[in-house]
Design a protein around this ligand. Structure first.
Ligand SMILES: [Zn+2]
Length: 236
């Protein structure tokens, strides 16, 4: 198999999701969205009763309760890495089996996830097909973008705040109404997410280098189109 893996990372609000969608269209890659996988799992769990066995996922002998994980996520904290990694690995194996190349945004998010996911990706796709891009933005910009971010009602498409989108009332992709993301985007939650990013996600840069995967850094404080161009250059 000679399919590509592109891993995008960056602080909350760096535009990973938007860029991943563009790359997915441009290069015909499956947009692998960890937050969607988590959201879907949490959504399914809403119907579980308190004693339902489906509430618990067992990984390496430890038990993880989906509702506890959901609580962490709602507070802006990261879910337990073994829980996330389990879901992510299952999905990667399934997609690789279908011959899909992937663009990942938001995963791996911790060294733990990296240690589990990168060897799997190397095995399934080959080291030479894995490309990593860090989209850099300042903490001030992160805060500003996130407190102004909206999603669409129908498909939850994230709409970043910028000059092009600030007056939009409906989703450009499906025409549904744009609403604020309740709970996840208040300034306190974003500060927690930013701290989590710095302490737990950013160390992945060193980890990737040790894995012989070069991390290309690009400036995320440009227009969506220019960031996209820079990413294409970086992964050539
Ligand atoms: Zn939409």
């Amino acid at each position: 198999m000679n399919k590509q893996i592109i891993i995008l990372f960056g602080a909350p609000g760096a535009g990973k999701g938007t860029q991943a969608e563009l790359l997915s269209d441009k290069l015909n890659l499956y947009y692998f969205e960890t937050s969607k996988i988590l959201e879907q799992k949490f959504h399914e769990s809403e119907d579980f009763s308190s004693d339902s066995p489906e509430r618990v996922i067992e990984v390496e002998g430890e038990r993880y309760d989906i509702l506890d994980e959901k609580k962490l996520w709602k507070e802006g904290k990261l879910c337990s890495p073994p829980f996330v990694t389990y879901l992510v690995k299952e999905k990667i194996k399934k997609l690789a089996g279908q011959g899909e190349g992937l663009v990942l945004a938001g995963s791996p998010r911790t060294i733990y996830e990296g240690e589990k996911i990168i060897p799997l990706l190397k095995e399934l796709y080959g080291l030479e097909n894995i490309k990593t891009v860090l989209i850099e933005i300042s903490p001030e910009e992160t805060l500003f973008r996130n407190t102004h971010r909206r999603i669409c009602e129908l498909m939850r498409h994230p709409i970043l705040y910028n000059e092009e989108t600030k007056n939009l009332k409906i989703c450009p992709l499906d025409g549904s109404r744009l609403v604020e993301r309740k709970g996840l985007d208040d300034p306190e939650t974003i500060k927690i997410r930013l701290k989590e990013y710095k302490e737990r996600t950013l160390p992945l840069v060193d980890f990737f280098e040790k894995q012989e995967i070069k991390v290309k850094k690009i400036n995320g404080e440009q227009t969506v189109a220019d960031v996209h161009k820079d990413i294409l250059k970086a992964i050539r």
